[in-house]
Design a protein around this ligand. Structure first.
Ligand code: T4K
Length: 368
């Protein structure tokens, strides 16, 4: 039997995609700011309710480019509870990541602990809206203003997330998105940066095209991170389906919550007031003593029944060999992040999950 995986990509209608491919074939313009690239940037600005979007080839390169564009040096405060790309981007820029513990209510960096981590070498904060749950952006902005720090949000999971009707992507100096196949909205591989002004957008567009500001002028040490026409066309079609996909995920979350609420030793996040969630992941947390089974025992039991959840984000980034020697990586500094990483399983979550499958999953969890 085919396993039930943690996610399944949102695919565009194949006939419509063929039609757009024909258009691209006829035009013979297949990359470098073509018409589909421009159309997708405009459509994303509208969908996400943000003024400027620059497309990238994945969600890692806008993180690297944001740090470059803002000329970040020294130390960057970040969370250990994320996908490893967040910290890698800091390291690849020659900066030192400084890990701060998380708030267990959201899984995001705890604003109360940021100030203690600031030193004269700190230049930026890179928080993550983990699982698409919004960070406390107001508190983080107040700290950044007080110390003159830049804020770059890794919003890889936060496509379409809004707080009181306002896009979460408007927070900070820049936000970055991932459009990887495993995300709520995908362009197969892909990503984007969201910024506030036309000048920054122009600069980022130069930087993602080797720094070229014209045929013969290079204005900075750029990189190649341009999204091609085929993925841009695919992305335009995906935008038509994403609202329905988010609603289908919402229904999955409702079913999981109804079935698992009250199961001793299992907790999960509820919706936050005023937030439009995207239900990108459905993490549950296992208290082994109360539940009577460890997280890993449950994880492998589910696998034995063909349910391939994932332990996102275990192990913590701070435990990987590159980072574990950093003073801020010590376990004593990050007790709550360790606790979350050691207790999490992300259950399958996507737009095509049937009632039958979610029932099977929740029955397996309830009947330990
Ligand atoms: N910041 C954060 C906070 C991130 O989470 C990520 C990426 C990034 C930055 C960087 O963005 P990108 O540069 O990747 O755009 C996945 C993704 O590769 C990665 O994008 C994502 N976060 C991370 C959390 O998860 P894996 O190694 O766990 O994926 P994989 O290949 O095991 O796939 C998981 C399941 O999804 C499979 O079991 C089945 C399903 N799947 C996967 C693919 C690729 C499909 O059904 N079809 C597919 O094509 O990393």
């Amino acid at each position: 039997m085919k396993p039930i995986t943690v996610t399944s990509p949102l695919l565009p209608d194949l006939d419509e995609f063929h039609e757009l491919l024909r258009e691209i074939w006829d035009s013979k313009w297949i990359t470098n700011n073509g018409s589909f690239h421009q159309a997708l940037e405009a459509a994303l600005c509208e969908y996400l309710k943000v003024p400027y979007v620059s497309l990238f080839t994945n969600g890692t390169l806008p993180l690297l480019t944001a740090l470059q564009a803002l000329r970040i040096t020294g130390e960057v405060i970040t969370t250990p509870y994320s996908f490893v790309a967040t910290t890698h981007a800091i390291w690849w820029n020659g900066c030192k990541p400084v890990f701060v513990d998380i708030d267990p209510a959201t899984g995001n960096i705890d604003p109360d602990k940021i100030e203690a981590a600031i030193t004269p070498r700190t230049t930026a904060i890179m928080p993550v809206h983990v699982y698409g749950k919004p960070c406390d952006t107001k508190r983080i902005a107040a700290i950044a203003d007080k110390y003159g720090l830049k804020v770059i949000y890794d919003a890889a999971h936060a496509f379409g997330v809004e707080v009181n009707g306002e896009s979460i992507l408007k927070a900070g100096d820049m936000s970055t998105l991932s459009f990887h196949a495993t995300k709520v909205y995908n362009t197969i591989e892909g990503g984007a940066m969201v910024m506030h002004d036309a000048e920054t957008k122009k600069r980022i567009d130069y930087l993602k095209n080797f720094g070229f500001a014209g045929e013969t002028e290079v204005v900075g040490p750029g990189i190649n991170s341009k999204m091609d026409e085929i993925r841009s066309a695919y992305g335009l079609l995906g935008l038509k389906q994403v609202d329905a996909a988010i609603e289908a995920r919402h229904q999955v979350a409702i079913r999981y919550r109804e079935a698992l609420r009250g199961v001793k030793g299992i907790t999960f996040f509820d919706d936050m007031p005023g937030v439009r969630h995207n239900y990108s992941y459905f993490p549950i947390f296992i208290d082994a003593e109360e539940y009577g089974m460890t997280r890993d025992e449950l994880y492998f039991k589910l696998r034995d029944h063909g349910i391939w959840g994932r332990r996102y984000f275990y192990p913590l980034i701070s435990t990987f060999s590159t980072y574990r020697g950093l003073p801020s990586a010590s376990k004593e500094n990050l007790p709550l992040a360790h606790k979350m990483a050691d207790s999490v399983i992300c259950l399958p979550m996507h737009h095509e999950l049937t009632v039958e499958v979610t029932d099977k999953i929740t029955t397996l969890i309830s009947s330990r």
